[in-house]
Write a protein that binds this ligand. Structure first.
Ligand SMILES: Nc1ncnc2c1ncn2[C@@H]1O[C@H](COP(=O)(O)OP(=O)(O)OP(=O)(O)O)[C@@H](O)[C@H]1O
Length: 248
């Protein structure tokens, strides 16, 4: 059974459809990455899957008793607010010290308990957010652009860490990413969203190919062309409109 499945979602803001006929499912232990242009509805889809907003149409089915660990895009902590990592991880619910330590170790930042949150590097901060999400022993991690603000080695290291956590815990991962080069190497499945699902499929292991290396960091269009996916419909190259087919 899927961890989460969404069927035929529709969400509008002020009469403008942001999601239209979107169906997606995440299976246990899978790393699924959601890509798409700015404003294509990625964060909205995440919010619907998390149950933060209700769709106008369609439904979301979560496995019974599903534990979700959410890693936000960013979190601002006032520079004047003294708060240690251990204290942060114990909000809102006090956590036992050994659980805090284990989560930090799993997130690749062991021993940071006494460090001030405001003194962390960007990469350490993201790992602390990941540690916090891991405290509930989740079956699925949901991450909305978790590497924003990190440099490329930092992004790659973070995704590598996610793969390790998945391997060690069997957690499923659903993340939004703009980092297509990393998406290529770290995902089992890529879902391309532009208000509806354009295409989805398994990215083939082209990361060692010269063509892939040439595309590293070259933006969306070329990298998307390398995805191995099943088109269920075509796009008019001039208008961008769809022709036929349903939603994957
Ligand atoms: N609460 C809201 N009220 C009105 N419009 C909204 C709201 N949230 C999002 N939108 C609009 O819906 C569209 C989709 O937004 P969303 O944040 O889901 O896209 P996204 O793909 O995550 O974008 P980005 O890549 O820029 O983060 C955008 O045009 C956005 O302005």
């Amino acid at each position: 059974m899927s961890l989460i499945s969404a069927q035929d979602l529709q969400v509008s803001y002020g009469g403008v459809k942001v999601l239209d006929g979107v169906s997606v499912a995440i299976e246990p232990g899978e790393i699924v990455t959601l890509v798409g242009p700015n404003g294509s509805g990625k964060s909205t889809l995440v919010k619907v899957l998390l149950g933060v907003i209700a769709p106008d149409r369609g439904r979301v089915i979560r496995a019974k008793g599903l534990r979700i660990g959410y890693v936000p895009q960013r979190l601002h902590i006032d520079a004047n607010l003294p708060m240690t990592v251990a204290r942060f991880l114990s909000l809102p619910k006090r956590q036992p010290d050994d659980k805090v330590s284990a989560a930090l170790t799993r997130a690749g930042v062991p021993g940071l308990e006494a460090q001030q949150m405001t003194a962390l590097s960007g990469g350490q901060f993201q790992r602390v957010l990941l540690a916090r999400a891991l405290l509930t022993d989740p079956q699925i991690l949901v991450l909305d652009e978790p590497t924003q603000g990190l440099d490329q080695p930092g992004e790659a290291a973070f995704y590598e860490l996610l793969e390790t956590v998945r391997r060690e815990t069997g957690v499923g991962v659903f993340m939004v990413s703009h980092d297509l080069h990393v998406v290529m190497s770290a995902s089992d499945r890529v879902v391309c969203l532009n208000h509806h699902i354009c295409c989805q499929g398994t990215p083939k292991v082209v990361r060692d190919a010269p063509e892939y290396r040439a595309l590293f960091g070259h933006g969306t269009h070329g990298a998307l062309a390398l995805y191995q996916h099943d088109h269920d419909h075509s796009h008019d190259p001039v208008t961008g409109h769809d022709h036929g087919g349903g939603h994957a």
